[in-house]
Design a binder for this molecule. Structure first.
Ligand code: AMP
Ligand code: MG
Length: 314
């Protein structure tokens, strides 16, 4: 992949240009109060697939949808009184809320990694706010670094890792916090998923009760199941050249199949289609046979997801 990267000033003209690039499906790095984020239109499968490609990320973990504020968030998720109270107390700021995805939210299933919940956050950085305001919709944004590298807190860090792989970097100077956002799951009893820039004690105080926390063995201290990865209910068979009787076929390249990730063999297109195609085939209730996918670039993340879907479950 290659792209002509431009540096944009963190003024209104720069943020307007950033929004235009996002609308055209481009990738824009911009400062938040935690780290620099690598943003894409959260409603575009193709743009979000390019995030994983640019970062060289070997896994489709879910991304945080960045919003201007509670009003935009409430269009994407089923908003609750608790969400309203926490957003009222701490937004904009380093607090991410996981809530049930709203019907018709239009968010790419690559953002949720196929889950029925969505993580939303309103960043406090004025440049992030200006970009989101100019864009007018949710922006999916993990940290703007290559996978496995340190999170970037300056535009120079972003440049060093992503130059030539993304369309623009908005240079807003050094980020303040340098640590990631605190993530709270509100799909069930409020639960701390990841400690971060906002202390959990402050959230406990705002809630008037302590958050449930993960124990060190990874189990929850409170009842309520939390699913961090989408797995189809149906069995999955990998590296299939053709479906066996009773199977549905998820193809890649020029093959006869029920649904094709990319007839032309384009991995970005395949990534963009992955979760929606899996969901559609899963709905048939039949075993899913999948064509071989090359283990290069985005193919690694696609194969990682498919291998985990195919693994025997306990
Ligand atoms: P970040 O690394 O700051 O981009 O945050 C992304 C992290 O947010 C993911 O690795 C997950 O741990 C968490 N996350 C995002 N969406 C969800 C979700 N729908 N359910 C649970 N956790 C989520
Ligand atoms: Mg990161």
């Amino acid at each position: 992949m290659s792209a002509d990267t431009v540096m944009l000033a963190a003024d209104q003209a720069g943020c307007d240009r950033a929004a235009e690039i996002l609308r055209a499906g481009g990738l824009v790095a911009f400062p938040t109060e935690t780290v620099y984020g690598l943003g894409a239109d959260a409603c575009s499968d193709h743009a979000v697939a390019r995030i994983f490609e640019a970062k060289d990320r070997p896994r489709f973990n879910p991304l945080i949808a960045h919003v201007e504020g509670a009003e935009m968030a409430a269009r994407l998720v089923r908003w609750t009184d608790t969400a309203d109270a926490l957003a009222g107390a701490f937004w904009p700021g380093p607090l991410t809320l996981v809530l049930p995805l709203a019907e018709g939210a239009g968010v790419s299933s690559l953002v949720t990694a196929g889950l029925s919940s969505l993580a939303v956050r309103a960043p406090a950085h004025p440049v992030a706010q200006a970009v989101l305001g100019a864009f007018g919709g949710p922006v999916a944004a993990p940290s703007a670094n290559r996978s496995g590298r340190i999170s970037p807190t300056t535009a120079a860090h972003v440049r060093a890792g992503l130059w030539g792989r993304i369309e623009a970097i908005v240079d807003g100077g050094a980020c303040g916090v340098g640590v990631e956002s605190t993530i709270i799951d509100l799909t069930d009893r409020p639960t701390l998923l990841r400690p971060g820039g906002l202390p959990a004690e402050a959230i406990d105080a705002a809630l008037g009760q302590p958050l449930a926390r993960h124990r060190s063995d990874g189990t929850l201290t409170a009842p309520g199941q939390m699913q961090s990865h989408y797995a189809p209910g149906a069995a999955v068979r990998l590296n299939a050249s053709a479906p066996r009787p009773g199977e549905v076929m998820l193809g890649f390249g020029r093959v006869d199949c029920d649904l094709n990730l990319s007839p032309s063999g384009d991995l970005t297109e395949a990534a963009a289609n992955l979760f929606s195609h899996l969901h559609s085939l899963d709905a048939t209730g039949r075993q899913i046979a999948v064509s071989p996918i090359p283990e290069t670039g985005l193919g690694r993340a696609i194969n990682d997801r498919l291998r985990r879907a195919a693994a025997p479950r306990g």
